[in-house]
Design a protein around this ligand. Structure first.
Ligand SMILES: N[C@@H](CCC(=O)N[C@@H](CS)C(=O)NCC(=O)O)C(=O)O
Length: 223
């Protein structure tokens, strides 16, 4: 299998974590989807990473769908909780994780625009979504070690990659430290989420899939 991925990507990270948890061998091909030499359009009509090229040559894209595909073809160990109620709860965590991640991505793109074109109202709106989504995740998760059913599930991969990405952005991009540490203060507001992610980050799969910084030339796509 070949995973085409972007080094800092939280979307790619959750797929890498699933591959490692399931002990599926794979090669990785790094790509930057905004650069001219990207290969994304060759594989994915939506021109986004991550993309999984399977042993059989099937091309699978969209991180949540890749996780479902892996679960279907490699069910052991399962990353799906046992009961229907738990599965529904897992979906809710996925909805919240994807929603928070969408808002983070919108902020990143807004910051990449020339300063005079940036909208403070838009940024505030996205920050409210991030703070609101994290508050809800914190409320539902409480002091549990795993989001659902006392075992690692796709919910943990989803939320874990979002929280890990917030830490990563704050550590690697000084401009975002202010935004994600001072303004949102999720670790101060939700110490339970801090404990939760610190614990997940100890897993070998999370460590081996740690995000890495790359130089991205957003100017080629944003004017
Ligand atoms: N919903 C997609 C989002 C993936 C995504 O935004 N990937 C970024 C790289 S981290 C990308 O390829 N962006 C290029 C674009 O959006 O055109 C997923 O979960 O796979």
């Amino acid at each position: 299998m070949r995973l085409i991925n972007n080094k800092p990507s939280p979307f790619g990270r959750k797929v890498m974590i699933a591959l490692k948890e399931k002990d599926i061998p794979f090669e990785i091909e790094w790509d930057i989807p905004w650069h001219k030499d990207t290969t994304v359009d060759h594989y994915n009509p939506l021109e986004q990473l991550p993309i999984l090229v399977t042993e059989g040559g099937e091309i699978v894209y969209e991180s949540s769908y890749i996780l479902d595909w892996l679960e279907h073809h490699y069910p052991d160990p399962s990353l799906i909780p046992e009961t229907p109620d738990e599965r529904l709860k897992m979906k809710l965590f996925q909805v919240l994780g994807v929603g928070v991640m969408d808002a983070i991505v919108r902020i990143n793109f807004e910051l990449a625009r020339p300063q005079e074109c940036q909208s403070n109202e838009w940024m505030q709106r996205q920050k409210r979504k991030i703070a609101g989504g994290l508050g809800e995740i914190s409320r539902i998760i409480g002091n549990e070690e795993f989001a659902v059913g006392g075992q690692l599930t796709l919910a943990d991969l989803e939320i874990g990659s979002v929280l890990g990405h917030l830490d990563f952005l704050a550590e690697s991009i000084p401009a975002l430290t202010e935004l994600f540490v001072r303004d949102i203060q999720w670790r101060n507001r939700h110490p339970n989420l801090g404990r939760y992610i610190d614990n997940l980050e100890q897993r070998a799969s999370f460590k081996e899939a740690a995000p890495q910084m790359v130089e991205i030339d957003f100017q080629s796509v944003i004017h």
